[in-house]
Design a protein around this ligand. Structure first.
Ligand SMILES: Cc1cc2nc3c(=O)[nH]c(=O)nc-3n(C[C@H](O)[C@H](O)[C@H](O)COP(=O)(O)OP(=O)(O)OC[C@H]3O[C@@H](n4cnc5c(N)ncnc54)[C@H](O)[C@@H]3O)c2cc1C
Length: 279
C-alpha cells in the first residue's frame, strides 16, 4: 500500500508551521509520530497534498515542573513519558498509561500530542488526561488558547483543535494516588476499556476517566458524585463503580459487545479506584 503523492515540509519554528497550515488549509496535515497518519495515508483515508513535519520544532519536547504544575510538550513520545523520572515521582499515572500503549515501536514513535489530536475512541491517553483534569494549550493564527480536558474531546476522532491549529502542551497537577486499568485488544493494545482513577483521600474526592467504552472518552460523573465526601472504603468504591457506564451508549464492534464494554467499565473502575486508594 502506498500513499497518494504528497509534498513534504519540515518547518523550524512554530510560526513557520502555523503559516504553512494557514496557506494550505485543508490540503495540509501535520505529521508527529506518524503512527496514525501514515497508515491512514496508505489506506487513502487521508490524502494530504502537503505533510508538515513538526518533529524539529523547538518547545514541543519538554517534560518539566513549572509553576506547581507539570508541562508535557506535544511531541514527547509515549516512551519518553514512560521513562521520565520527573513524572514517575510527581505524576505516576502518566508513566503507567504510557507503558501500557501498543508495543515498543509504537511507544518510541507515537507522541502524546498526536494521540490526543487523533482522538481514537480506544486510545489510552484520554482516560488519564480526563482523570487528571489536564489543561491543553493550543496555538493558532490568533495566538494561544487553553482548553480543559473536559472540553477537548468533541466527537469520534474530533477534538477542540481546529484546522490550522497546533496542540503545543499538556499541563497537569501532580497526583500521587492514581491507577490505570486497561483491558486491551490483544493485537494492537488499544483499549476495549481503559479506566484512569485519581484519588484525593484528604478531600474525599475521586476523578475517573474512561476510554474505549463510548464513542467519546468521558468522566464517570455518577461514580465521582457517589463518592464525593465519602470515606474511600473498599465497599463504597465497589458500589460507586457500578455506575461507571451510567448515561453512556457503549460501542459495539467485532472486538466486544456493548454489554461487555459496560461490564468492563464497571469492573475496571472498581479495580482502578481500589488500586489508586491503596497507593
Ligand atoms: C500497531 C499500533 C498499535 C497502537 N496501539 C496503541 C495503543 O495501545 N494505545 C494507544 O493509545 N494508541 C495506540 N496506537 C496509536 C499510537 O499511540 C499513535 O502514536 C497515536 O495514535 C498518534 O500519535 P502520532 O504521534 O503517531 O501522531 P500522527 O500519526 O503523526 O498524527 C495523528 C493526527 O494528529 C495530528 N497531529 C499530530 N500532532 C499534532 C499536534 N501537535 N497538533 C495538532 N495536530 C496534530 C496529525 O495531523 C494527524 O491528523 C497504536 C498505533 C499502532 C500503529
Amino acid at each position: 500500500m502506498f500513499a497518494a503523492p504528497f509534498d513534504y515540509a519540515r518547518p523550524k519554528t512554530l510560526d513557520e508551521a502555523l503559516s504553512l497550515l494557514s496557506k494550505h488549509g485543508d490540503e495540509a496535515r501535520l505529521l508527529a509520530g506518524g503512527h496514525s497518519l501514515i497508515p491512514a495515508m496508505k489506506l487513502r483515508l487521508a490524502q494530504p497534498r502537503l505533510v508538515v513535519d513538526i518533529g524539529r520544532l523547538d518547545g514541543l519536547r519538554q517534560i518539566e515542573a513549572r509553576d506547581g504544575r507539570l508541562a508535557i510538550g506535544a511531541m514527547v513520545t509515549h516512551a519518553e513519558i514512560a521513562a521520565s523520572r520527573t513524572l514517575a515521582d510527581l505524576c505516576p499515572l502518566l508513566v503507567e498509561v504510557a507503558s501500557a500503549i501498543g508495543d515498543l515501536q509504537v511507544r518510541n514513535k507515537g507522541t502524546i500530542g498526536g494521540s490526543l489530536v487523533h482522538a481514537d475512541p480506544a486510545g489510552d491517553w484520554p482516560a488519564a488526561i480526563l482523570a487528571l483534569d489536564a489543561e491543553i494549550e493550543i496555538a493558532g493564527p490568533q495566538g494561544r488558547r487553553t482548553v480543559t480536558a473536559g472540553a477537548f474531546f468533541t466527537g469520534i476522532l474530533e477534538t477542540a483543535v481546529k484546522p490550522g491549529e497546533i496542540l503545543c502542551e499538556i499541563r497537569v497537577t501532580a497526583a500521587a494516588a492514581s491507577a490505570y486499568v486497561k483491558t486491551e485488544q490483544k493485537a494492537s493494545g488499544f483499549a476495549l476499556c481503559g479506566v484512569a482513577a485519581v484519588v484525593d483521600a484528604t478531600a474525599r474526592r475521586v476523578r475517573v476517566g474512561i476510554t474505549g467504552v463510548a464513542p467519546v472518552p468521558y468522566r464517570a460523573a455518577a461514580v465521582e458524585r457517589a463518592l464525593e465526601g465519602q470515606a474511600l472504603a473498599e465497599g463504597s468504591l465497589a458500589a460507586a463503580a457500578g455506575q461507571a457506564a451510567a448515561g453512556v451508549t457503549p460501542l459495539a464492534d467485532i472486538h466486544a459487545s456493548a454489554d461487555y464494554r459496560a461490564h468492563l467499565a464497571r469492573v475496571n473502575t472498581a479495580r482502578a479506584l481500589q488500586r489508586a486508594a491503596s497507593r
